[in-house]
Design a protein around this ligand. Structure first.
Ligand SMILES: *Cc1c(COP(=O)(O)O)cnc(C)c1O
Length: 495
């Protein structure tokens, strides 16, 4: 890679008058229409001018600065970065799917509606719920949609006072954020030392807010990878108080084919297809956060919905009904993502889907047990798909979780999730997923042990990492507080 020649901003590669194309002179006399003066640019757009090969090399080189699941091990806790099988991509790219128009009449695309409908049914079966909408475009979008369903349900029962949502202190940040966007109020419930919900605190909160509880949001296994064994009791307490149970399905992977949220007493949930069902995520790309509901809540789901119409013996699109909360996005959501998830479910089949959870769990426990002599394990015991270390066990080295995460980059690994959950000071959340071979996992364990050794013998090397990446440590606080997002400003800032 030649960073000098091709690795700069595309604007810096620009040469006045350079073009990547040449069009033959037209022999037609096209009629042109003059646009109103006030709509015209005062000056030409400041666009880069480059030849085609320079553009290709520039973006190819940029792509080499990226790191994805196809490059190496990516143990990013809470994110379920599993392999995205290539067959999914091939199927999603088929012209008969990719060439559809969202306003196309239903009778001209029954094959696509069939996939949509079957995926809704498959998710319902895998989770033990009654019906799903595939419209939400992300997990957080699903949370908002699910909470809107819950709000609609309470409003339909004249229960306007139910505006509080109980959320554990270990929850993902999107939970309280979604509740707030939905106009609901967050009530935090404490965790026990083992990371599970403190039942006594919950009981007290439920008594305190008895007639105001709209729902309780939970992740199970929770963000430290622990299964909430008392979930039936928690669900009973919340239901007795008139609230509904919301399941944040981001951690569904270890339970896939083994246990179902619907059977645990949850009423509404979302799934992250881009986590549990192997579709790519990250970089703000298209996602899908289907929302499922138990029997009785289906009518509140958003439209459009794909439904089977008995009299026509065909699938149709329902765009309105009396109780729906309406549209929550653009048409049907991200259909390409759904196709990939559907291909994944079919390629696993009923038989192999049951192996996802146990293998993800085995891999996580294997790493945890192989490293807990060197890394602080605040919550011991069998975890599910992920677990949390609280930095190095030897606190005398001065090496932090941030340093270890940066040093991992030098060894060619993506860092785990760090400083989340907020329950610990030096949190390092590791999730290997089921996709990895024993060799890959052993190599990662070896590197983690090497870094612990370095921290003891040559702490400077770890504290100043990374050493092998295109850029070293960035000032992430400044990047977050004063982001420079336009080319013009970059020029001004960098003389
Ligand atoms: C990823 C995640 C979410 C949010 O999902 P997005 O698709 O990123 O919006 C919510 N909760 C948990 C526990 C998560 O890990």
């Amino acid at each position: 890679m030649n960073r000098e020649l091709y690795g700069n901003l595309i604007f810096e590669l620009s040469k006045k008058g350079r073009k990547g194309y040449s069009l033959p002179k037209s022999s037609y006399d096209y009629k042109t229409t003059d646009l109103p003066q006030q709509l015209l640019r005062q000056a030409d757009a400041d666009l880069p001018e480059c030849d085609e090969l320079t553009v290709v090399r520039h973006y190819t080189n940029l792509s080499h600065n990226n790191f994805g699941v196809n490059d190496g091990f990516y143990p990013l806790g809470s994110c379920t970065m599993k392999y995205n099988p290539l067959i999914n991509e091939e199927i999603a790219a088929l012209k008969s799917f990719a060439g559809l128009h969202p306003l196309q009449p239903a009778d001209t695309c029954q094959w696509a509606l069939n996939v949509y409908y079957d995926l809704q049914k498959a998710l319902a079966e895998l989770t033990g719920l009654s019906e799903f909408t595939l419209n939400p475009c992300a997990g957080a979008h699903g949370e908002l949609t699910g909470l809107m369903v819950i709000r609609s349900y309470h409003q339909a029962h004249g229960d306007e006072r139910r505006t509080k949502v109980i959320i554990p202190d270990s929850a993902h940040g999107t939970n309280p954020a979604s509740a707030a966007v939905c106009g609901l109020e967050v009530v935090e419930v404490k965790s026990m030392p083992d990371g599970t919900v403190d039942l006594e605190s919950l009981q007290t909160l439920l008594q305190e807010h008895a007639n105001e509880v709209a729902a309780m949001m939970m992740t199970n296994p929770n963000t430290v990878g622990m299964f909430e064994k008392r979930i039936p009791e928690i669900a009973r307490l919340v239901h007795d108080c008139g609230g509904l149970m919301y399941y944040d399905g981001a951690n569904l992977n270890p339970m896939l084919g083994v246990a179902r949220p619907g059977d645990m007493g949850f009423d509404v949930m979302h799934i992250n297809l881009h986590k549990t069902f192997s579709t790519p995520h990250g970089g703000g790309g298209p996602g899908c956060g289907p929302v499922g509901v138990r029997k009785g809540l289906e009518k509140y789901l958003p439209t459009p919905r794909v439904v089977f119409q008995e009299d026509l013996q065909a699938l149709t699109v329902e765009t309105n009904n009396e109780d729906t909360l309406g549209s929550i996005g653009n048409f049907f959501g991200n259909f390409g993502v759904m196709l990939k998830a559907y291909a994944y479910i079919l390629s696993l089949g009923k038989e192999h889907v049951k192996m996802v959870g146990p293998l993800a769990t085995l891999n996580a426990n294997y790493i945890k047990e192989s490293l807990k002599d060197l890394y602080e394990l605040p919550i011991d015991g069998v975890c599910k798909h992920e677990f949390v270390f609280d930095g190095l066990k030897d606190k005398s080295t001065g090496v932090t979780t941030m340093d270890i995460a940066k040093r991992l980059l030098d060894y060619g690994y993506h860092a785990p999730t760090i400083y989340f959950p907020l329950l610990f000071h030096e949190a390092m959340m590791i999730e290997p997923t089921e996709s990895e071979s024993k060799e890959t996992i052993d190599a990662f364990i070896h590197v983690m042990r090497t870094i612990a050794q370095e921290a003891k013998e040559r702490p400077e090397v770890v504290r100043t990492a990374p050493h092998n990446t295109p850029i070293g440590r960035v000032d992430d606080v400044q990047a977050a507080k004063q982001p420079v997002l336009t080319y013009q400003s970059i020029i001004k800032k960098c003389p």
